[in-house]
Design a protein around this ligand. Structure first.
Ligand SMILES: Cc1cc2nc3c(=O)[nH]c(=O)nc-3n(C[C@H](O)[C@H](O)[C@H](O)COP(=O)(O)OP(=O)(O)OC[C@H]3O[C@@H](n4cnc5c(N)ncnc54)[C@H](O)[C@@H]3O)c2cc1C
Length: 412
């Protein structure tokens, strides 16, 4: 009797687990290795924010979120896209719903029951898990054996094909530390620099007074706009948070790729913060100019425009005492507070990682051309997307695609 081929999936995040699922159904012997004591740690962390699995917008709009990598990702997402993610969750006994923003979540907003059901199904399909197995990125990927550090010492493993699904390089304590990047480069696989995506920024220039009072507080119902030096622009309403040294939060993450790239090329990026996006500049000016009698400026701004707390604080950061008294300057600044950003927050804090294994280094089945038999998937590939369920969907879609590639290569 000939033994069925063995596939090593290294990395047990959503990309690796989806690869294991597709491989498990093919008759291959599937072994999942992960450095951590358990798989799916970042997936579980995502569950703390409600687990935004995917997005319900039309497929064309969904694909536009991947920007310059749309062409590379579209074939994978056409096979395993938003609809398939929802069906997959349903298949695991987890119903999903579409939130007001069009984002898709499990009904209970939790990741743990989904992961539990998924692991149960994978084990039932014969997938074997090897935790606390840290791949050492050896030079023998394409020949003798894969080397792993384990609690009982080093071990080596043979496999007929390998799927690398090692994640990006943020939240290293959950397992994905980006250590693989130089290892793969050393084996002739081109890797684009790993950069923070969906990240916060430093350099808003807060005074000590402002950061001690307002760090951690949200700017709500505001809008930001930004145009980079190449004329690409971003404008959206939403909310974000002041940090001790800058800004972070959903609205900032949405603009972060543009801001990050502008800082890299120009040294800084200045966005404009509209504190009252639902009022026109004329309305704001009229309200500011309205006679205030004996009332202080701050109670005038509060009663006429609802500007108080952090919104009032940021105006004092942007304007001198004299300028605050000038209705034209004050009104203009309410509609456009300049926030100059000079650095991204460190990659480890980011929601996701841009850069990674370049698609040029892979064939359409995600196999490394420099290392036949070795496939790569998930966030370690060179693509990025905003938050909104795109990250999980594309990680799973690419895991499935790498598995299909391995199945074809092994003739299963
Ligand atoms: C706070 C937060 C919230 C998020 N919320 C969402 C959300 O709601 N929706 C969404 O779409 N996305 C979300 N994301 C992003 C999403 O979780 C990731 O994009 C996704 O987990 C990437 O999947 P992956 O399988 O490629 O990598 P990972 O999930 O990072 O998994 C990689 C695995 O590889 C293992 N590994 C790494 N190196 C080695 C090694 N040398 N040897 C062995 N194992 C190794 C790691 O231990 C890890 O288990 C969130 C991310 C964060 C940080």
């Amino acid at each position: 009797m000939t033994l069925s081929p063995t596939v090593a999936v290294i990395g047990g995040g959503p990309a690796g687990l989806m690869a294991a699922e597709v491989l498990g159904a093919s008759g291959a012997q599937v072994h999942v290795y992960d450095a951590m004591p358990s798989v799916g740690r970042k997936f579980l962390l995502a569950g703390r924010g409600g687990l935004n699995l995917t997005h319900s917008e039309p497929f064309d709009v969904f694909m536009s979120r991947f920007g310059e990598r749309r062409a590379q990702l579209e074939p994978m997402l056409a096979k395993f896209g938003p609809q398939q993610v929802r069906e997959w969750a349903t298949g695991l006994g987890i119903e999903t719903f579409v939130g007001t923003s069009g984002r898709v979540f499990p009904t209970d907003m939790k990741a743990a029951p989904l992961l539990r059901a998924w692991l149960h199904r994978l084990r039932s399909a014969g997938v074997q898990f090897h935790m606390r197995h840290r791949w050492l990125g050896d030079a023998s990927l394409d020949s003798a054996a894969l080397r792993f550090a384990t609690p009982t010492g080093e071990t080596s493993v043979k496999a007929d094909a390998v799927v690398l699904a090692l994640g990006g390089a943020s939240w290293a304590r959950l397992g994905s530390d980006g250590a693989w990047a130089p290892w793969l480069q050393g084996r002739g696989i081109d890797v684009a620099p790993l950069l923070p995506a969906n990240c916060g920024f430093d350099g808003a220039g807060w005074s000590a007074h402002f950061s001690s009072r307002f760090a951690g507080q949200p700017f709500k119902s505001v809008a930001i706009s930004f145009t980079d030096s190449q004329g690409r622009s971003f404008a959206r309403k939403g909310e974000f948070v002041a940090t001790a040294t800058g800004i972070e939060g959903s609205l900032i993450y949405a603009a972060s790729a543009l801001l990050r790239d502008e800082i890299a090329s120009q040294g800084s990026a200045t966005l404009l913060l509209d504190l009252l996006p639902d009022r026109s500049a004329e309305q704001v000016l009229a309200a500011v100019k309205h006679p205030r009698g004996a009332r202080s400026l701050s109670s005038h701004l509060k009663s006429r425009l609802g500007i108080e707390g952090i919104k009032a604080g940021v105006l004092h950061e942007a304007l001198s005492k004299e300028a605050m008294q000038d209705p034209v300057q004050l009104a203009a600044t309410i509609k456009a507070v300049p926030l100059k950003l000079v650095a991204t927050r460190p990659l480890d804090e980011a929601i996701s990682t841009a850069g990674g294994v370049r698609f040029d280094a892979l064939d359409p089945a995600l196999m490394a051309t420099a290392l036949p038999g070795v496939f790569a998937a998930g966030e370690m590939l060179d693509w990025e997307a905003p938050t909104g369920g795109y990250l999980l969907t594309a990680s799973m879609a690419s895991g499935a695609a790498a598995a299909r590639g391995a199945i074809r290569r092994l003739g299963l």
